[in-house]
Design a protein around this ligand. Sequence first.
Ligand SMILES: Cc1cc2nc3c(=O)[nH]c(=O)nc-3n(C[C@H](O)[C@H](O)[C@H](O)COP(=O)(O)OP(=O)(O)OC[C@H]3O[C@@H](n4cnc5c(N)ncnc54)[C@H](O)[C@@H]3O)c2cc1C
Length: 448
Amino acid sequence: MSAQYGHTKSLNIAIVGGGLVGALEALYLAKRGHHVSLYESREDIRNTPHVRGRSINLALSVRGRKALRGVGLEQRVVDEHAVPMKARMIHKPDGSTYIIPYDSRTNQCVYSVGRNFLNSVLLEDSEKYTSVEKHFGHKLLEANLSKGELKFLRADTKEIVQVKSDLIIGADGAFSSVRKEMMKQPLFNFSQHYIEHGYTELCIPADKNGGFQMPPNYLHIWPRGNFMMIALPNQDCSWTVTLFMPFINFKQIDTESKLLEFFEKYFPDSIPLIGEKKLIEDFFAGNAQSLITIKCRPYHTLDKALIIGDAAHAVVPFYGQGMNAGFEDCTVLDELFEKHNDDPVEILKEFSEKRWKDAFAISDLAMYNYIEMRDLVNRPSYWLRKSFDDFLFWLVPDFWVPLYNSVTFSTMPYSKCIENRQWQNKMLAVFIVLVTVITFLLYMYTRM
Ligand SMILES: Cc1cc2nc3c(=O)[nH]c(=O)nc-3n(C[C@H](O)[C@H](O)[C@H](O)COP(=O)(O)OP(=O)(O)OC[C@H]3O[C@@H](n4cnc5c(N)ncnc54)[C@H](O)[C@@H]3O)c2cc1C
């Protein structure tokens, strides 16, 4: 056991899922001196190309950065690979653009990072710990969580592999098999919700000189009311473009001419950037992907199993917080390991008690942000509120933190971010009533 922390017992921990959150959690646990076996159903992502349907790049913000800092990887990820995005650039239907800064007071930005790169860095970093074993091509089939037993199917030999561990951590994503086992326990609450909108990914390639075709340090948005398109920059100067739209609209675009007509009407400036041929190829390359929200609790079974990341709280991607929240799980868990001296009984119990409110909160916020991104940003009321928020944030930054800033640029618990906004709404309502009454009284006074 690591003398650094002075623990008494090294645990044998099995992590199911070697995606972003599972790979990061492995590092945290190895750093604390535990023995970690990581089981991932797919092949090693370091040897495989991008899989369609999983976003190519992700927005990394303060919570994710903090978690990477905890294992010494923040600078490597941010400096070597990430493309900073300091504002939203809004594209109007006539092709003109305007900018909405994220944080005009301190100029903080979010970072566009490649999913494969990030996952690869996390897996690569675990090579420095002899206590981390990685088993790719191992798909979890069954589990007896209260006994710590897992059964995997090995892809290459088709063998069944049985494993027993002190603690199981399920980081196996939105369709988690560990969670399915957990659902068999009494008093486990679960809900899932597919939204009626799906998404498809397109690409704006680099220009012929290998440069960006659009200003790079922005998250580009084409808000169109009931649907929208966004683009995040990649390090090779291409853009990952994602079109979010109701499934019914995707279905209606069933010919090349309908697709071009649709793009000419709503996203004309993007056609020369993507290229007609590539637009047609990419759009019809597969079906639109679905988006799911998972809410459940508790996140643990006895002192034996825990779910984290999307397995515990998959959210729609509109706040760019799914991975950040999953990474924050790792930070929260690490603090609990420290607080409870690596005692799983207390750690798992407190994680479940503490985390669900924040997970539910970011889920609701993510749904709200879809409406803001695709529609509200076009409305004068949004601008009025944003200007008011920005002004007060500039004037009294410790007192008035706007919602977006608290979610993206602070580590304020997500549930507090909502409470904060509700409190601000009340203050604003009182302010409006006061101004109205004073104006009315002044008006009456001047008429007397
Ligand atoms: C279009 C889109 C855009 C997004 N953009 C952002 C963004 O900008 N910022 C952000 O923070 N988040 C974003 N997200 C959310 C982010 O992708 C997820 O929150 C994040 O990937 C969750 O990581 P995870 O490791 O918990 O789950 P996953 O990434 O799903 O990883 C789970 C892993 O478990 C493995 N697995 C599954 N079942 C088994 C099994 N039975 N046995 C063994 N292994 C198994 C899978 O192969 C996978 O590798 C976006 C999501 C989408 C869909």
